[in-house]
Each structure stands twice: as C-alpha cells, then as structure tokens.
Design a protein around this ligand. Structure first.
Ligand SMILES: [Fe+2]
Ligand SMILES: [Fe+2]
Length: 480
C-alpha cells in the first residue's frame, strides 16, 4: 500500500508536496503521523502540517529530557511471574494435555481475531456444514490443519474450529490474496472472511491476529538505556572472551553512552552446555557445566552493581530442552539480587516498556517454512511471530511441552521483543513494537558454516528510551 492510499483510507488527501515528503519516511512513521492527524480531524494535509508534527515531536522529547546517570537512578521494573512456567509445569505429555494446549491457544488467538471489525457474520463450521447457507457472507475463525494445492491450482485449507472441521478455498485468480495465503502455515489461527459455496468458504480476506495499528510507543523522560546481548556460549572454544571482557570494561568505565545503561537482557544460551549435540566435546574448552556457569557468574559479578540483569535460558542451557523452559536454577549462577533468572519465554516491564524475552528456537522452523525469510534478517522472521501472536506457530518442529495454558501465545502487545538463537543481530520496528535479535559472543561454528550462516559476534544492542532509537556498540572487529 502506498502513502497516498494509507491517507485515503483514513479520509485524508495529500498535496503533491506532502506526498513527496512522506515517501522518505518508513511506513510505521507514516502510520504514526496518520494517527495524530486523525485526532486533529484533518482532511487536506499539506507539507506544513507534516513538518509541524515532526517539530512538535522533537520539542516534546527535548523539553522533558532529563540528564541522568544510571547509577543514581532507582530501578523500575516488574517481572510477570504469572506468565512464566518456572515451578508451574504440570504437563505429563499425554494426549489430553495436547488437546488442552491447542484449545487454550485457539481460545486466546480467536478472541484477538474476533476483536477485529467485520461486516460479515461470525459463524461456526458446524452451522456451515449443516447446509442452507449457500452464497452467504461469513467470517470463520479457524486453526489450520493442512494446506495443499488443488488440481486447478487453488489453495485448499483443511481447518478446524471448536465445533467442527471445514474447508477453505483461496482462488489463484485472486493474486494478492493468493500470495498472502502462502504465509499461512499449519497450526495458524486465522480469521477468514468469504462466501459459502457448497459448504466450503471461498476466501476474500485473511484476518491475522496481528498487532493493532494504533499501538502507542512513548519516550521515557530519563535518558536511560537497556542493553541486549545473547548467546554467550561460555565453555565453547569459539566464545569471544576478550570482546566480552571489553564490553564489561566499557560498562565499568562509564562513558557517555555506557553511563546510561540501567538494564541488561540476556536472551539465552549463556553457556555452551555439555552433550548438546554429537561431537560437541571437542569444541569445548570448559567441559564441566558447573564450571561454565561459574565463569558466566563471575562475569556477571563484574558488571556494575546498579545494572539490573534479566537472563532467560536457551537450548544450550541446563534446563529442559522443550518449551516453555523454566529459569536456570539459581544454584548454577550464585548471584546477588540484581540478577534475575527468568523462564523462556519471559515477560518483564522495564520502565514503561513491556518486554517479551524469548530465546528463539522456533525461528528455525519459521524461516524454513515461510517464503521470503532467511537467516540474514532474523528481525523479519520475528515480525511473522508477532503477526501470528505466537512464539512457536508451527507445531512439531521444535519440542514443546503441552501445558494446559499455552505460554507461547503473545496475548499482550509488548513494546520490545528480544530474541537470540540465530547469532545474527537484527532490528525492526513493526507497528511500534521493536524486534531485537541480540546476536552472540561466539564465532561461527562448524554447524553454521555448513549451512552458510554468517553470525555477527561481539555486538551489543542498546534501546535508548528517551529518543526511542536503537543503536549498536561493537566489541569485536575481527573475522567471524
Ligand atoms: Fe546459541
Ligand atoms: Fe540457541
């Protein structure tokens, strides 16, 4: 959709100068401007209106901006333990647990889809299958069990809702819709609007759970930052100890940027672990898991004491492999109160920004299954998780424990999503949600080399809360 169409959709018209000016902005920035102008009830938008918006934004930030050093500031965060699996796992892995898990996922995601406006009636497949609805316009909310191409080249979805199974057809003649439908995978919970033909729904529109377009993101008054790192893999012979120590020294020296860092998030794989894959032993310099955590703990102790540190586990850590994962036991990292061990996924509000921390195991399967995604841009795959409002949208590719509550549903809208696992830094802003892949401190492994993955080791990401921008600090310049 181009800039002009976005404005037209909201009953506003652009002068040619205004249209030209907007072409240089990102789609998210354009949407922010649309929302503000809608509040002002603008109909004709001129260049001056847009420039005024920008000026006001800068003045608001500058006039309320407070110079402050992180060490003088009391921390302000809340860990949402109710959304954390730690000490709550009840699953026995039985069929009933799987059924409950899928039911909970469907319930949560369908309620998100249901809030989206439609002029079509919501119906169940039980009603459709009962017949007598030929040509009626309907909306169904379904979970996809299978997707295939018919002999005529159309797309056929076998789906299920709470009442029954059903069939949805996406015609290859509807080019735009057909392309969008390529992004539907098994286990997606989506809404479909369309009309009934022989008890099937002929799709006209796909409704993803998605993030609301009007999600607000406000700057913080204090000039504080959050640092994100991931995948340190301590114990591996490829762990970059010198760059990691350089990062700690950078924080300790407290230069202009470093003195603003008040919080740190570490997105898992903190150690390389033991026995994670065949032949790992020859790649380990520290072969004892306790010693690996001991080294990690000693590093954490050196980080200035006023920085709150949030740590989740990854697939290399010493907790169960399947998700959701409980926190790393505190016996393994014996640390003081400002280090917070959380489960995977974890939800924590830092200042006023709700964070979703997730190691990212499901990114592999999302990249492998959906078109247009690759390992070079982890942030794009992260956006697909947000659109589906689920952290592991394709079932069966990475191990899941079927808890009766599906902890992997993204049922709240976060301001920041931070993941690791892919060892590749990347940032995107999608509908005012920052997606950060926090990279790694490990050089390229043999496994990554085999698949042609190029990691970006030794980079820390900073979220500067006063300016709402993201920056990177490099601690390693050598070859990967
Ligand atoms: Fe990793
Ligand atoms: Fe990992």
């Amino acid at each position: 959709m181009d800039v002009k169409e976005i404005f037209l959709e909201h009953n506003m018209r652009l002068t040619p100068e205004a249209e030209e000016y907007l072409k240089n902005l990102t789609i998210d920035e354009v949407k922010d401007i649309v929302l503000t102008l809608m509040e002002e009830k603008k109909v004709f938008v001129e260049l001056d209106d847009l420039k005024k918006e920008e000026k006001e934004k800068i003045t608001v930030i500058r006039s309320t901006f407070k110079e402050i050093e992180a060490r003088e500031y009391s921390s302000n965060f809340k860990i949402h333990w109710e959304r954390d699996i730690t000490n709550k796992s009840r699953s026995k892995g039985k069929i009933e647990d799987f059924v409950e898990n899928v039911r909970d996922k469907y319930k949560k995601l369908s309620s998100i889809v249901r809030t989206k406006m439609t002029t079509y009636q919501n119906v169940s497949f039980k009603k459709i299958n009962g017949g007598g609805m030929e040509s009626e316009k309907v909306r169904v909310i379904v979970i996809v069990s299978d997707k295939r191409t018919t002999q005529k080249g159309n797309l056929l979805l076998e789906v299920e809702d709470e009442s029954d199974t059903g069939i949805i057809i996406i015609s290859d003649k509807e080019t735009k819709l057909f392309d969008e439908a390529q992004m539907i995978s098994n286990d997606s919970v989506i809404g479909i609007e369309g009309s009934i033909f022989k008890n099937m729904v002929i799709a006209e529109r796909i409704v993803w759970p998605d993030i609301p377009v009007n999600h607000k993101l406000e700057p913080l008054k204090e000039n504080l930052s959050i640092m994100y790192i991931s995948d340190t893999h301590i114990g591996s012979n490829l762990f970059l100890d010198k760059p990691f120590e350089k990062m700690i020294d950078w924080l300790k020296e407290g230069g202009e940027q470093a003195s603003r860092v008040k919080y740190m998030c570490i997105a898992g794989d903190v150690v390389d672990g033991v026995g994670i894959y065949p032949g790992q032993e020859k790649e380990l310099v520290v072969k004892d898991i306790y010693e690996q955590y001991d080294i990690f703990g000693k590093y954490m102790e050196q980080i200035p004491e006023y920085i709150e540190i949030f740590i989740i586990p990854g697939n290399h850590d010493a907790v169960r492999r399947a998700q959701p994962q409980p926190k790393i036991p505190k016996e393994l990292i014996n640390l003081n109160g400002r280090v917070h061990l959380l489960g995977d996924p974890a939800w924590v509000t830092i200042e006023k920004y709700l964070h979703l921390l997730y190691h990212g195991d499901a990114l592999d399967s999302v990249i492998a299954s959906l078109p247009g995604l690759d390992y070079k841009q982890p942030e794009k795959a992260m956006v697909e998780l947000l659109k589906r409002r689920h952290l592991s949208p394709i079932y069966g590719t990475n191990p899941i424990v079927p808890e009766t509550t599906d902890y992997l549903v993204i049922d709240e809208v976060p301001e920041v999503v931070c993941m690791g696992h892919l060892h590749k830094n990347g940032v995107s802003k999608y509908r005012n949600v920052f997606n950060i892949n926090a990279g790694t401190f490990q050089l390229k492994t043999e496994y990554q080399a085999k698949f042609g993955h190029v990691p970006t080791p030794g980079i820390a990401t900073l979220f500067n809360m006063d300016s709402l921008n993201i920056s990177h600090v490099k601690f390693y310049e050598g070859e990967v």
